[in-house]
Ligand binder design. Structure first.
Ligand code: FES
Ligand code: MG
Length: 572
């Protein structure tokens, strides 16, 4: 147990010097008496609320529940607004800014009188960003997931945000629905605060945070508007104060075993491919080695149990009522490291004691799994020497072993302009290739990976094709999309050398992605290849361009992911 004098914030408030005097005077200015804060753990509440982020619109109010919990446990809460990364609105993609929020998180926690933190996020990149930054500071911290939105609804049908947006947009392009239907869908797709309610990146990453042991048990699936979400937020506030006194910092939880548990969880959920990049980056910040091969190995032995869209039939609200993550983890007991600690007092084993599943169709028992092995596979071959990823559970099975002629697009805009042009003569057997969409080329590796099917093929009823890119794909997308091809084309990866008409072979069973062009010809094309000019002349983009790493190692900034000491600031 720490004493009040051992608190980090003591250097700011409790010493006998001019600076402490000044800090105390300024806390009076904030409206607090000495007895309200002196000698108490200062808890920073990092809040990604913003008017522009519908997934987090309730977090402004929910921070009050966290504060309530902190006060109840004898701590002193201070809310810090931090950058919001709105998956919907931020361009070119919030992935460009994940590392910026991670830096902001790290530097705020380090530079202010903070003893512990509650991290409030959920919309896709916010979860890894907050956890990467906090792991680098290594303070006690609890994560509060924003929680999924309610089920979508339209004309008696249940809608999934994202997934059904793509689907109905295809229907619209195929001329099956009109303006009136589209207007109604706009009102029904996302009808409450909260993150996407399919098993997209948000629900995948908040579940990963829970599996890492960083949340109140069951937190990740509580619908954002459920009163249970208020109770969970208050419990997180109470809990972090204890963690501070017990000096239980993030490094205690973020071990290799915890990351393996998180990967197992992501696979059993049929989760988003984005989790591959984020978990590798988070592990890197925690000093844990986690590789693409770990994902492939764990996927091969982990059944998919969550029957949630886009891979399954239900939505996050159903998953929560069926028992949530504790219910699912309870069914994976023999595949998890149960002895690792969590931010509650209990180990994972104790936490899962008595975990129940209330609906076997939503959270399947292993003998009725959605798929006997996981939905994410890692591919290699002359087209992706450092690896590529496919979520084959979300693809039409006949495409998982496929050879077809490439139709190459050099960038996304060109693809958008020409994809519906019948003179491209794309057939259902063609392999659509998009390059220039990787970490540098995108920039920010936008979620372009689910390339649209040409309109004339949609009209013929084609709904899936093999698509290959160095981009990412939204967790709510689907299709035979090979993603994260590394190295990316922008830095001269083999994707840069593909030409329209080249035969490409995808074989998910064999885990290969091959360009059927001989080495001599490839060498010739490589010699003729010219590196594109740098995209940014100044600003954050130029820092990004200098420091970003490739997808297979997590797209962190090199200077943030390398080991090394950072001194604590002198506050006296
Ligand atoms: Fe925020 Fe999907 S847009 S979670
Ligand atoms: Mg998403």
């Amino acid at each position: 147990m720490k004493t009040p004098e051992q608190l980090r914030s003591h250097q700011w408030y409790g010493t006998d010097g001019l600076r402490s005097f000044s800090h105390r005077a300024r806390t009076r200015q904030l409206g607090y008496l000495p007895e309200e804060h002196l000698g108490k753990p200062v808890i920073a509440i990092l809040n990604t609320w913003s008017d522009i982020n519908p997934c987090h619109m309730h977090l402004r109010e929910r921070a009050e529940a966290v504060k309530r919990g902190v006060w109840q446990a004898g701590g002193f809460p201070l809310e810090f607004p931090v950058a919001t990364l709105s998956e919907t609105f931020q361009k070119p993609t919030p992935m460009l800014y994940r590392n910026l929020l991670a830096m902001e998180t790290e530097e705020l926690l380090r530079s202010y009188p903070v003893d512990g933190a509650v991290l409030m996020g959920g919309c896709d990149k916010t979860t890894p960003a907050l956890l990467m930054g906090a792991a680098s500071v290594d303070l006690p911290a609890v994560f509060v997931p924003a929680g999924p939105m309610l089920r979508g609804h339209w004309r008696g049908e249940t809608l999934g945000s994202g997934t059904d947006m793509w689907k109905y947009w295809d229907d619209r392009r195929a001329g099956l629905i009109g303006d009136r239907e589209l207007g109604e869908l706009e009102c029904g797709l996302a009808r409450s605060p909260g993150t996407c309610m399919t098993m997209g990146t948000a629900s995948t990453m908040t579940a990963a945070a829970e599996a890492l042991g960083l949340t109140i048990p069951g937190a990740s699936s509580i619908p954002a508007v459920d009163s249970g979400h208020h109770r969970m937020a208050a419990a997180a506030g109470r809990r972090v104060v204890d963690l501070v006194w017990q000096d239980q910092r993030l490094s205690r939880f973020l071990t290799r075993g915890a990351f393996e548990n998180a990967v197992t969880t992501v696979i059993a959920l049929g989760g988003s491919t984005n989790a591959v990049i984020h978990l590798i980056a988070m592990a890197g910040r925690s000093g844990v080695e986690l590789t693409l091969d770990d994902f492939d190995a764990i996927a091969r032995s982990t059944p998919v149990l969550a029957n949630v869209r886009p891979g399954g039939a239900y939505l996050m609200e159903d998953f929560h009522y069926a028992g949530g993550l504790p219910g699912l983890l309870g069914r994976l007991r023999d595949r998890l490291d149960l002895d690792r600690p969590t931010v509650t007092h209990a180990t994972l084993r104790e936490q899962l004691d008595g975990a129940l599943v209330h609906d076997d169709d939503v959270i399947r028992p292993p003998d009725k799994a959605l798929a006997p092995e996981g939905g994410i596979a890692v591919l290699r071959g002359n087209l992706a020497p450092d690896g590529a990823v496919i979520k084959h559970i979300a693809a039409e099975p006949h495409l998982l072993q496929h050879t077809g002629p490439a139709v190459v697009f050099d960038d996304y805009r060109q693809m958008q302009k020409t994809i519906d042009d019948p003179s491209l003569a794309v057939t259902a057997d063609s392999v659509l290739v998009l390059r220039g969409a990787g970490p540098l080329g995108g920039p920010g590796m936008p979620e372009y990976g689910m390339l649209p099917i040409p309109k004339y093929l949609l009209e013929q009823g084609v709904r899936d094709m093999v698509r290959i890119s160095d981009a990412r794909m939204s967790g709510t997308s689907y299709g035979a999309c090979v993603l994260h091809v590394a190295p990316e084309s922008y830095v001269g990866g083999p994707l840069a050398l593909v030409r329209t008409g080249d035969l490409v072979t995808l074989d998910v069973e064999k885990r290969t992605l091959r360009l059927d062009v001989d080495d001599a010809e490839l060498a010739e094309r490589r010699a003729a290849w010219q590196a594109p000019a740098p995209r940014y002349g100044r600003g954050y983009g130029s820092l990004y361009q200098e420091q970003i790493t490739q997808a297979d190692i997590g797209c962190d900034f090199a200077f943030l992911s390398r080991p090394g000491e950072v001194p604590d600031p002198y506050a006296g």
